[in-house]
Write a protein that binds this ligand. Structure first.
Ligand code: SF4
Ligand code: SF4
Length: 339
């Protein structure tokens, strides 16, 4: 029997999520990239290298994830990968929408990139393309096949919303057929376009699923996928009132870097100018107060402070005012390893 295990926040490793550009060929309806907050430019290779060096002092194991926008639109992504490899990053992942620009899989090899992670948001072409754009399903599937055939460790990210939760079960045969090693389920958050009024009034409702629906669907299907031989991870989201809550901003080492120099420690903060760090003249320094780090220190019975601030409708109270559940840190994951 495969059982979910909560992945504890690591005190001994750092995760660096590096958005090297914000440009993208797609316009996904839930895109969290917010040009006003994240900038619109592409970092030159020299800046990518200098900013990566800011993490060289850390004695922790460092995991690097190249993101965008679409990171393969950056013509010097292969050089950035090789630089990071020489710097000794413990693992290097490239997240992609599957378009694999600049023949990226010809220019790096599985010894240089530990994982290529593809985003697909539907088991059916029509569902995915309604969310991510026409033609994106076929292109992504072809990209996954190409990566698998070249020997890359390949994973798939599926962002669950009301528009696609009913297709999660159909992902089981598709994942087997594609040969991916790992499946990451994410929950749609109210960031970027998802937070806009347009998304709020969308007739298809791409927005967040209700708690009961999430709990009845995601853990069950995650287990089915794990039993088919694929390791699965999904956000824990809800905690019982007596379960321990931890804020990753306080206890873990995560950095979300954007091309305008902002560095956040919490993804839920990325729509606001409350980053705790910033690259100034290529030096990583603390940002002006108040910032996200002040929010991390607040202890509230509801769990995640940022959740209470930006999506309080996720919370539910009993008649006597006590909480039905807490909201976990958005970075807390359940994992079910394949047997
Ligand atoms: S592929 Fe990623 S960056 Fe591009 S539009 Fe979609 S969510 Fe945004
Ligand atoms: S999501 Fe909430 S709990 Fe997690 S780092 Fe951000 S503020 Fe902290």
């Amino acid at each position: 029997m495969t059982l979910p295990q909560t992945v504890a926040f690591s005190r001994n490793s750092a995760n660096v999520f590096f958005h090297i550009l914000t440009q993208c060929n797609l316009k996904c309806r839930h895109c969290y990239i917010n040009p006003q907050q994240h900038g619109q430019h592409t970092l030159p290779l020299s800046t990518i290298q200098t900013w990566l060096e800011a993490f060289s002092e850390s004695s922790h194991t460092k995991n690097l994830i190249f993101l965008g926008g679409e990171p393969t639109l950056h013509p010097e992504l292969p050089a950035a990968v090789r630089f990071a490899r020489k710097m000794g990053f413990g693992s290097i992942t490239v997240d992609t929408n599957g378009y694999l620009f600049h023949d990226i899989l010809e220019k790096v090899n599985p010894g240089e990139v530990d994982a290529v992670s593809f985003s697909l948001d539907g088991a059916a072409r029509a569902t995915n393309d309604r969310i991510r754009g026409k033609g994106s399903f076929d292109t992504c599937v072809a990209g996954i096949r190409q990566a698998v055939s070249k020997g890359f460790n390949t994973s798939l990210i599926y962002t669950v919303s009301r528009a696609n939760i009913n297709e999660l079960e159909e992902m089981v045969p598709l994942l087997k057929n594609l040969g991916v090693a790992m499946f990451f389920i994410q929950i749609i958050g109210l960031r970027g376009k998802s937070a806009s009024q347009e998304a709020d009034t969308a007739p298809e409702g791409i927005l967040q699923v209700e708690r009961r629906k999430w709990l009845d669907t995601v853990p069950r299907i995650a287990r089915m996928i794990a039993e088919s031989g694929i390791t699965v991870s999904y956000p824990k989201v809800f905690l019982n009132p007596d379960e321990k809550f931890e804020c990753a901003g306080r206890v873990a080492d995560n950095y979300f870097i954007f091309p305008n120099g902002r560095v956040y420690r919490c993804p839920l903060c990325e729509d606001f100018p409350i980053h705790s760090l910033v690259f100034k003249e290529d030096q990583l320094v603390s940002a002006a107060k108040l910032n996200e780090s002040d929010f991390f220190q607040l202890n509230i019975p509801e769990g995640c402070v940022m959740n209470k601030l930006i999506q309080p409708h996720n919370l539910s109270y009993r008649e006597d005012g006590t909480l039905e559940y807490k909201i976990a840190c958005c970075l807390l994951k359940e994992e079910i390893r394949s047997e």
